[in-house]
Design a protein around this ligand. Structure first.
Ligand code: FAD
Length: 387
């Protein structure tokens, strides 16, 4: 696909949000350059849920068939009691749910999700530059400056540079790091074979049913589901943060991890016993930003609304942001071209970005706050409130 317009979109960061934005912009015929600081695309993260709102965007990009093999379409969401695994609630998310909502609820390894979006962005003609670390932004000229000193200009710059976004600080004009939530996560994956060797019918049941299982207990919860078409499984253990302030992640002490879940459902403990090495990650979020845009620069994804992952919506919101931006910028560029108006006009581009912020901010704030509310529900202590 060639560029219909000279309108140039520069995207800082090739995460799930930046790639969604690049696909959406290319589908509108805009020129897209993605600048990614990593020298190579490597496997980052573990399992990730793709709730149906994100599934609908992927459907609109024509990508759902590519998810058939690596992802698993869920049929159930089960909530269990921490001590004995008693089933507290089971929510069907299979055929009827899909018919009602219009898209499946899927689970996948982040690496597979990322690979699908990256391939599609490239196929549509987005330019992806690795080893391109953006160190500064020149607002007057709508330029990014790379660590090499190279300056790259565009009509619009999208900061999709994640939790520790420097574009966020540049837009706000002051450092605004995310705040610690007080929780941390251990994330592990296992092969199906490893779990079947446990020789336990309840583990086998977990491995054969297409479901997310959540164990809820005092100050902690655990989430388990299949990835890689069911050949692997993902376990996330959430607990109170005991890392020193400012430390983002460390290799976990396995004994400490096991002790944290002492007394929990024995099936869960069997799963935990399979973990031989794991990182623990501090979980951060950010209060609603004063603004997401300045001149012709805007933020998306974790750069502007990082969240606790307790609604499984962080990446989904980033993917939605990218889709909305692509649509608005595309409509704007088309209209400007047909009216023979310079699309590059500063005020007009800034107004489109402001419209994007107005459309997206309250929805993403609701998600960040909803994830905190979910923590309160998931982590209730035994007692009347829990009952
Ligand atoms: P990122 O994925 O962080 O991408 C940012 C990119 O920008 C990176 O590639 C980075 O290298 C690059 N970059 C940074 N700085 C620069 C620079 N200066 N120059 C150039 N490039 C730069 N979300 C869900 O939807 N469902 C889930 O089930 C889910 N589970 C989660 C479980 C856990 C334990 C955690 C921690 C998160 C989970 N999330 C989930 C959230 C999700 O992972 C994030 O919200 C999502 O990945 C954010 O995407 P992003 O594109 O905004 O940022």
């Amino acid at each position: 696909m060639g560029s219909t317009f000279p309108f140039r979109v520069i995207i800082v960061g090739a995460g799930l949000g930046g790639l969604s934005c690049s696909i959406a912009c290319r589908r509108q015929g805009l020129y897209v350059l993605v600048l990614e600081k990593a020298p190579a695309i490597t496997a980052i993260g573990a399992g990730i849920q793709i709730p149906p709102n994100a599934g609908k965007i992927l459907q609109s990009y024509g990508l759902l068939p590519l998810f058939e093999k690596p992802a698993v379409r869920l049929e159930w969401h089960d909530m269990r009691r921490y001590q004995d695994g008693k089933l507290l609630a089971s929510r069907p998310v299979g055929k009827e749910f899909i018919e009602r909502i219009g898209a499946p609820w899927m689970v996948i390894h982040r690496q597979d999700y990322h690979a699908i979006l990256l391939d599609e962005a490239k196929r549509l003609g987005a330019e992806i530059r690795l080893d391109a670390n953006v160190t500064a932004i020149e607002f007057d000229r709508t330029e990014v400056i790379l660590s090499s000193g190279e300056a790259i200009g565009g009509d619009v710059i999208i900061g999709a540079d994640g939790l520790w976004s420097s574009t966020r600080d540049a837009i706000l004009g002051y450092p605004s790091p995310p705040s610690e939530t007080g929780d941390l996560a251990y994330r592990a994956t296992f092969s199906r074979q490893q779990l079947l060797e446990l020789n336990d019918p309840r583990v086998e049941d977990l491995c054969t049913k297409k479901k997310v299982t959540i164990w809820m207990g005092p100050d902690r919860h655990c989430v388990f589901y299949p990835v890689r078409g069911g050949a692997e499984f993902n376990l996330v253990l959430l607990r109170p943060d005991n890392l020193p302030a400012g430390v983002r992640s460390v290799q976990a002490d396995l004994d400490e991890m096991r002790m944290t879940f002492e007394g929990w459902d024995e099936i869960l403990l069997k799963l935990i016993s399979c973990i031989s090495s794991v990182l623990k990650w501090k979980l951060c979020h950010h209060q609603e930003l004063e603004k997401w845009t300045r001149d012709r620069i805007a933020l998306l994804g974790d750069a502007c609304h990082p969240t606790l992952p307790y609604q499984a919506q962080g990446a989904a919101m980033a993917v939605e942001d990218g889709a909305v931006l692509g649509l608005l910028l595309g409509q704007f560029a088309h209209k400007s071209a047909s009216n023979h108006v310079a699309a590059e006009s500063n005020d007009r581009v800034a107004a489109v970005l402001q419209l994007y912020e107005n459309l997206r901010k309250s929805r993403t704030t609701v998600n960040v706050l909803g994830a905190v509310t979910n923590r309160n529900y998931f982590h209730l202590h035994d007692g009347p409130e829990q009952e």
